[in-house]
Design a binder for this molecule. Structure first.
Ligand SMILES: *[C@@H]1O[C@H](CO)[C@@H](O)[C@H](O)[C@H]1NC(C)=O
Ligand SMILES: *[C@@H]1O[C@H](CO)[C@@H](O)[C@H](O)[C@H]1NC(C)=O
Ligand SMILES: *[C@@H]1O[C@H](CO)[C@@H](O)[C@H](O)[C@H]1NC(C)=O
Ligand SMILES: *[C@@H]1O[C@H](CO)[C@@H](O)[C@H](O)[C@H]1NC(C)=O
Ligand SMILES: *[C@@H]1O[C@H](CO)[C@@H](O)[C@H](O)[C@H]1NC(C)=O
Ligand SMILES: *[C@@H]1O[C@H](CO)[C@@H](O)[C@H](O)[C@H]1NC(C)=O
Ligand SMILES: *[C@@H]1O[C@H](CO)[C@@H](O)[C@H](O)[C@H]1NC(C)=O
Ligand SMILES: *[C@@H]1O[C@H](CO)[C@@H](O)[C@H](O)[C@H]1NC(C)=O
Length: 405
């Protein structure tokens, strides 16, 4: 259903004299109004959201739509008057992200079947791969903390880390107990297109960030951390735990590689993306969103670990990394190019969709196809879906039994 101009104006609260209509009627008619966004920007907290407001390109505050199930702090979706571009703020961490997105996809106010979703937030950054203030576009999102954890005070001395994949007994053993949210893979062709829209911009930076970054430059492993900010394609880790330091950074770098069967490169860490992706995936399996229309953009607001010789706590708490504000600005500076690129190319390219040439979806193959990671490899057989869940349950229960001893 497309909005009529009248309903649009009513919903936006502009233009018309509504005095002749009874309030109830207005409400009813407003409720019929279905917004069909071309782009939906997903922000996670206020600074990421506000950077898109008051910009010259479009006004996201023209149309506010209250969506039941959103965070009490961020109850509205915000849209342009014509509904082409919308935005929401999930609230931070996995539970907020999953609940908000799950609520959005069920909202009768939106038709999201052809919408491009762009997760656009800041993140911790791995200096082995990228630097603060950089803009990154991910192919994989990995729920790295979905593992067993031992305190460093309790782990056997021959373990390199306290994190062990669930159902496994060594850090480098593929998880045996699979929940399904471990790894998400998004459309790589769209990832490349989004990165190329963004690649030409002049990114914001600060003197403090330039100075801090220079501390990493002398070390070969951290050469990327020492370079000027740029636009990169590399992967995002999701963890409710805001981890920090070299050991956990390396641990989750290994986890990303392990879970993605060697393909994923851990470069940023944030608290939401897998949760957002899981909610979108479940909606995609009912065809109310298109999982090949997702872009995961994260900008580096701080290093996930110190430079050699610096304490992990100094890096996290006391050092002036100077990157938070530039990273927030770069969400807009790079992200606006992606939004404009999609709008500009809508008729020629994006309305019909960008056909992925990689696997997209989760570790179970819920949306069809065979994941290029994880143990579930199916050759397009029609009972695939059933087979997968049965196998998931079977494996899960074996491990459960083992765990219950
Ligand atoms: C939408 O909400 C924002 C605050 O969240 C407000 O500033 C703006 O005026 C609202 N827009 C309309 C049309 O009411
Ligand atoms: C640690 O040592 C124990 C006992 O020798 C062995 O069973 C285990 O596999 C080792 N674990 C790792 C991760 O090396
Ligand atoms: C989070 O996303 C990543 C990559 O898309 C995926 O590997 C991981 O399984 C997801 N985890 C959860 C809990 O959804
Ligand atoms: C990128 O920037 C350069 C110089 O700033 C300009 O000449 C070129 O046309 C731009 N390319 C695109 C695709 O915008
Ligand atoms: C970054 O943004 C700030 C605030 O808008 C501005 O003062 C500064 O000149 C910008 N720096 C660069 C390198 O663009
Ligand atoms: C990461 O993996 C490498 C290679 O397998 C290993 O040498 C290293 O100890 C691992 N690091 C951590 C913190 O587990
Ligand atoms: C895209 O197509 C629509 C409907 O056919 C048309 O109204 C619109 O002007 C076109 N937009 C551009 C940018 O060509
Ligand atoms: C991924 O690696 C695991 C274990 O390392 C293996 O069992 C699985 O078959 C691999 N999956 C793919 C798709 O290569």
């Amino acid at each position: 259903m497309r909005p009529s101009t009248v309903l649009l104006a009513l919903a936006a609260g502009i233009g018309l004299t509504t005095a002749t209509l009874a309030p109830v009627r207005i409400q009813e008619r407003t409720l019929q109004y279905v917004v069909k966004p071309k782009v939906f920007i997903i922000s996670m907290f206020d600074p990421e959201g506000e950077i898109w407001w008051g910009i010259p390109e479009f006004n996201l505050l023209a149309l506010n739509i209250t969506v039941p199930g959103f965070s009490p702090l961020f109850q509205d979706a915000h849209c342009t008057a014509n509904g082409d571009v919308c935005q929401l703020i999930t609230g931070e961490s996995e539970i907020n992200a999953a609940t908000t997105i799950a609520s959005l996809v069920r909202s009768p106010r939106f038709d999201l079947t052809s919408t491009y979703f762009m997760i656009a937030g800041i993140a911790g950054v791995n200096p082995e791969v990228a630097t603060i203030c950089s803009v990154t576009f991910a192919r994989y999102a990995v729920q790295v903390a979905l593992q067993y954890e031992f305190s460093q005070f309790d782990i056997p001395t021959n373990f390199s880390s306290g994190y062990i994949p669930q159902g496994s007994t060594a850090p480098d053993e593929y998880p045996q107990s699979i929940y399904g949210t471990e790894v998400f893979e998004v459309n790589q062709k769209l990832q490349h297109m989004a990165a190329s829209f963004a690649r030409n911009v002049t990114l914001n930076d600060s003197d403090a960030a330039i100075a801090y970054r220079a501390n990493y430059a002398p070390y070969a492993t951290y050469a990327a951390g020492g370079r000027s900010p740029s636009v990169l394609e590399c992967d995002v880790a999701t963890s409710d735990v805001y981890y920090s330091g070299t050991t956990l950074g390396e641990t989750f770098g290994n986890t990303t590689k392990l879970f993605t069967n060697g393909t994923g490169v851990y470069c940023t860490t944030a608290q939401e993306d897998n949760a957002t992706l899981e909610a979108l995936l479940r909606a995609a399996s009912e065809k109310i969103v298109d999982f090949s229309r997702i872009i995961v953009m994260r900008t580096g607001s701080d290093f996930d670990r110190p430079y050699p010789g610096e304490a992990a706590t100094t890096n996290l708490w006391w050092a002036n990394q100077g990157a938070f504000e530039p990273a927030v600005q770069n969400i807009y500076i790079a992200g606006i190019k992606v939004v404009e690129g999609i709008l500009r190319g809508w008729n020629s390219t994006f309305a019909a969709g960008v056909k992925p040439d990689n696997y997209v979806g989760d570790i179970f193959g819920t949306l069809g196809g065979s994941p290029d990671f994880g143990p579930y490899v199916y050759n397009n057989n029609p009972i695939k879906k059933r087979g997968i869940s049965a196998m998931g349950r079977r494996r899960g229960s074996q491990v459960m039994r083992k765990g219950q001893h």
